[in-house]
Design a protein around this ligand. Structure first.
Ligand code: SF4
Length: 283
């Protein structure tokens, strides 16, 4: 699907990409079947706000997801989800089908209700945490990552502490973190901002330390475990190795032959770092 109707106050997407437009489900299914028949192992359903899919054509995203799962393609992913449109039906479908990957990117942006309101995100910290817990409880071994903006106009120290609190509570598998940067023509670009860049940089540093601690902690749980990895190509760091992703979207550099590229193979994890894992191909 294309576009977004959410109008978060910092975001230019609704102005540049326009309103939400969904592709017909039949066309999407046809394409997935064709890809599967050509040997593709993984598809990603893509949209700025992918779980709002279908509202313009009277279709539910959970139904699309289920139909794609029924094609039997081995791996299905979807990005990016807005917490506002994340339904219980979606959670049930993800939990039901093994080929829908247990990985959800669920941007929170801030842990402060005041900032969330000024961002026009349409949920509170409490509502986000309720959704987060529901997903964790219903989908076994799910990995959840997020996006966080620090230094939104006039973000106070207390607001920032709320964000740190969410990170500590959720122990995210990973987070993309950014310093607020004004986009011309958006409401946030016109907001008064008394917070200095130095302060914003310090907050980002502090946030990243915490985020990295939890990604490392989550990766450590995979140490000595056997996992399934879709191997995508030769490792950028070491041309003698190949790399791929686990079902939970963790990057693994693998000691293994080049002929496993394009396949889903079993790998034993031998080292775990904040941003990647090392592993040994199991023949
Ligand atoms: S941040 Fe995401 S949900 Fe919000 S307006 Fe931009 S694309 Fe839409």
């Amino acid at each position: 699907m294309y576009g977004c109707d959410k109008f978060c106050t910092y975001c230019i997407v609704p102005y540049t990409r326009g309103r939400e437009r969904s592709r017909q489900p039949e066309k999407i299914i046809e394409e997935v079947i064709d890809l599967k028949n050509h040997g593709y192992k993984e598809v990603t359903l893509l949209g700025q706000n992918v779980n709002a899919y279908g509202r313009d054509i009277g279709v539910k995203f959970s139904d699309l997801l289920e139909s794609v799962a029924k094609t039997g393609i081995e791996r299905i992913r979807f990005v990016t989800s807005h917490p506002w449109n994340f339904t219980d039906e979606m959670i049930d479908v993800i939990a039901k089908y093994k080929n829908i990957m247990p990985y959800i990117h669920l941007p929170i942006q801030s842990g402060s209700d005041e900032i969330l309101k000024r961002m026009n995100r349409r949920y509170t910290k409490k509502e986000y945490l309720e959704l987060f817990n529901k997903i964790k409880n219903k989908i076994p071994n799910v990995a959840i990552t997020t996006d966080i903006i620090v230094g939104f106009p006039n973000e106070s120290e207390e607001d920032f502490e709320e964000t740190l609190d969410v990170v500590k509570t959720c122990e995210f598998d990973g987070a993309y973190t950014f310093i607020f940067s004004p986009r011309e023509g958006t409401p946030a670009a016109r907001m008064e901002d008394k917070i200095s860049m130095k302060e914003k940089e310090e907050r980002l540093y502090k946030l990243n330390e915490l985020v990295n601690y939890y990604s490392n902690k989550s990766n450590q749980k995979l140490l000595n475990q056997e996992v399934e990895v879709l191997v995508l190509g030769v490792s950028e760091k070491d041309s003698n190795k190949v790399y791929g992703y686990t079902d939970t979207m963790k990057l693994v550099n693998i000691n293994g032959p080049k002929n496993i590229i394009g396949k889903i193979v079993r790998v034993k994890i031998t080292d775990a770092k904040s941003f990647s894992l090392d592993g040994e191909y199991i023949n």
